[in-house]
Design a protein around this ligand. Structure first.
Ligand code: GTQ
Length: 367
């Protein structure tokens, strides 16, 4: 027969407000002794941890932050004279969230860095489990090649590097070229699924022309009998002139979304889902004077300013931004954008992952 312990029932008082028990010192000591004892066997009482593990709302170490391009550009150029792209393999400054020092993360799930390649340089071919995109900030004449398809870079272009594919970067022009690297490094790290290899040659053979995949897959048509080889978009470059033109056409029609202005998502034309399965990428236009409604979502989002100046209120902080600046909005923080001029903002997040797992939530600001 199971016996109730009347002594414990009597000793327990339920604190209704935050659902904790009120205990006297003797009982606290008893429970502490217990957890110390079982700790030796790598066991931990859930009742000490439940509140921090299962929170009523997202509680992130990720902090809202702004990186100004004028602080990055000169020191990255300095690195351009300190070591070659070949020596560094990739000459990149990581944008590390101040709330997670040492973790190489801009949000809990995503990585960001600014990469520089000097004229004449090559960043040698390698491949890895992590997927990447390059969002071009400054310079032209450089390229990323993915398994032989060379995509030349211009400001505002988005170039994909699907996971597991050989890729190298080079600069055939005469200007230093800078871009934002977005990678799913923390997701792959979390899942312990990282593999990487160096190519036997410095560059993979370049056999496919710039724009080839865009022509084949990215113009509302598909090659006959096309069978996708992966769930990443087969389009390697989404050129800015097209993206911008689409946003301008939308703006001319009017009726901006109160939270987003005019906003498009980069999609895989094969399935209409995110171009890269582990990262959602977006581009939005905010008309001059636009003052967005407060918005929050569970996908912490990294923004890169393409055109215009403005400010964003993120939680209780306000950041003034201009072209080429990067800022991050943590999960479930209200964000409100104010556009001084007509602004174009690129952004990326783990929305696609949260969507796939049924975790994504948004709140369109009914405060
Ligand atoms: O260009 O392949 O910022 O492998 C970090 C890791 C860039 C790249 C990064 C990488 C790359």
């Amino acid at each position: 027969m199971i016996r109730k312990r009347p002594s414990l029932w009597l000793k327990t008082r339920w604190h209704t407000k935050d659902r904790t028990f009120v205990m006297d010192e003797a009982r606290k000591a008893e429970l502490k002794d217990y957890s110390d004892k079982i700790g030796k066997n790598n066991l931990v009482p859930l009742w000490d941890r439940l509140k921090t593990l299962v929170t009523p709302e997202p509680k992130s170490p990720c902090q809202a932050h702004l990186w100004q391009y004028e602080d990055i550009r000169p020191v990255l150029l300095e690195a351009g004279h300190l070591l070659t792209a070949k020596e560094a393999e990739r000459r990149v400054l990581i944008l590390e969230n101040p709330g997670m020092p040492g973790e190489s993360k801009i949000t809990t799930s995503l990585y960001a860095g600014i990469q520089l390649i000097m004229p004449g340089e090559i960043a040698p071919a390698h491949k890895h489990s992590q997927a990447a995109f390059r969002f071009i900030i400054e310079g032209s004449g450089a390229y990323t090649a993915v398994e032989g398809e060379k995509s030349y870079m211009r400001k505002g272009d988005l170039i994909l590097t699907p996971n597991g594919r050989w890729h190298d970067h080079g600069n055939e022009g005469d200007e230093p070229t800078f871009w934002l690297d977005g990678l799913d490094i923390p997701i792959v790290q979390f899942l312990d699924a990282s593999f990487m290899q160096h190519h036997s040659e410095e560059t993979h053979e370049h056999v496919i022309n710039d724009g080839d995949s865009l022509a084949r897959y990215g113009s509302g048509m598909m090659p006959m009998d096309f069978e996708p080889v992966s769930n990443t978009s087969p389009v390697m470059k989404y050129p800015y002139d097209r993206t911008r033109e689409n946003l301008i056409t939308m703006k001319e029609a009017g009726n901006p979304d109160p939270c987003h202005g005019y906003k498009l998502m980069y999609v895989n034309p094969v399935d209409g889902k995110s171009a890269i399965p582990t990262m959602g990428a977006f581009m939005q236009l905010l008309p001059k004077g636009f003052d967005s409604s407060a918005y929050r979502s569970t996908d912490a989002t990294v923004f890169s300013v393409v055109e215009g100046t403005g400010k964003s209120k993120i939680g209780d902080k306000t950041f003034n931004w201009g072209p080429n600046d990067t800022f991050v909005v943590p999960s479930w923080h209200y964000v409100q954008h104010f556009a001084n001029d007509e602004c174009v903002l690129f952004s990326y997040s783990d929305r696609s992952v949260q969507h796939a797992l049924g975790l994504w939530r948004q709140d369109r600001g009914n405060r």
